[in-house]
Design a protein around this ligand. Structure first.
Ligand code: NAI
Length: 331
């Protein structure tokens, strides 16, 4: 099947081309542009459109894709908050995703962010290279014995819980659907307010939905333990970033680690080092010494890219064969 693969980088092409060659049944065309209403016509004549986290799949884009013959959207990511599922159903376009590829990749990056903010590896790296071996300003805390809150205990949240318990942390969790394994491991489910009040570190692993949009707003941030660390490797829209900036300015929030940002589509995955960054909220975040930003790289391991490509092609295989779509997303 002909697949229009939007928003590709060299690493996407490498892994998808390998998986596609193994299947031997598809013809991917790799396109550089992000999918938007301005670029959707590039998929004319392709029954399958493959897209990533920051591609726009709103009703307007889906209408252009449907008119061009797209019958299947193959998301090469887990989250599907960027797809108007109602519009897709109305237009007869089916949507598949990659529900799991490497929860370890995201979980390990998350804990790496906690350790970096705590032990200040980013500052130590630069200091030592300049011959500065002073320790002032690098003081951290033992993870052992600290209370960490995990919001969303699905595949990634569960991996994070396992790692944190290995450090000797006390782990509190919140999820509207409790996971028995989490309890057996020794973490405790509590109400959101109790989690916020008690935790030294809070980390977010829930999807972005209309209910979780700006989950951490002014009110919830004010419920957090003063000086706590907040980590978001979920989706940018989980945080009201302007409220987070205010909490950092007041010192209420002790530190922040984010791999995702609500306006990241205009920034991430591209080299902007030769231009001014026009997003003032994002620029303000970068001025804080206690803020660590990575550009949506938590998933970025070899194992994850291999699994993403394999599942994406397997999803298209099922569609081409008229089989049940195991990883279909419905509204
Ligand atoms: P999952 O579906 O296995 O688990 C999500 C959990 O969140 C579920 O247990 C669900 O009940 C819970 N949940 C839903 N709404 C909630 C709420 N309002 N409060 C608390 N919990 C809630 O998903 P998985 O694989 O663990 O991924 C989690 C999220 O991580 C994805 O939705 C995606 O947005 C993000 N992600 C980020 C990546 C990155 O590179 N930064 C890569 C992959 C996923």
């Amino acid at each position: 099947m002909r697949i229009a693969v939007f928003n590709t980088k060299p690493y996407d092409r490498e892994f998808l081309a390998e998986a596609s060659a193994r299947s031997g049944r598809h013809e991917p065309t790799f396109l550089e542009p992000l999918l938007s209403s301005a670029t959707a016509k590039l998929a004319d004549g392709f029954p399958v459109t493959c897209a990533f986290v920051n591609d726009c799949l709103d009703a307007a884009v889906l209408e252009i894709l449907a008119a061009g013959g797209t019958k299947l959207i193959a998301l090469r990511c887990a989250g599907f908050n960027n797809v108007d599922l109602g519009a897709a159903a109305r237009l007869g376009i089916r949507v598949v995703r990659v529900p799991a590829y490497s929860p370890y990749a995201v979980a390990e990056h998350t804990v790496g962010m906690m350790l970096t903010l705590n032990r200040k590896f980013h500052k130590a790296y630069n200091r030592v290279r300049e011959g500065n071996f002073a320790l002032d300003g690098l003081l951290g805390f033992d993870m052992h014995g600290k209370t960490v809150g995990v919001v969303g205990t699905g595949k990634i949240g569960e991996c994070v819980v396992r790692i944190l318990l290995g450090f000797g942390c006390r782990v509190l969790a919140y999820d509207p659907f409790e996971n028995e394994t989490i309890k057996q491991l020794g973490a405790k489910y509590v109400a959101p307010a109790a989690l916020l009040a008690e935790c030294d570190i809070v980390t977010l692993h829930c999807p972005l939905t209309p209910e979780s949009y700006h989950l951490f707003d002014e009110r919830r941030l004010a419920l957090m333990k003063p000086g706590a660390m907040l980590i978001n490797t979920g989706r940018g829209g989980l945080l009201d970033t302007s409220a987070v900036v205010r909490a950092l300015k007041s010192g209420r929030l002790g530190s922040l680690g984010i791999d995702v940002y609500e306006e990241e589509a205009d920034l991430f995955f591209v080299d902007h080092s030769h231009h001014a960054i026009l997003d003032d909220v994002f620029s303000r975040l970068l001025t804080f010494p206690n803020v660590l930003v990575t550009g949506h790289q938590a998933f970025f391991t070899r194992e994850a890219l291999e699994a993403i490509a394999a599942t994406t092609i397997a999803n298209v295989d099922q569609f081409a064969a008229g089989e049940k779509l195991t990883n279909e997303v419905k509204g």
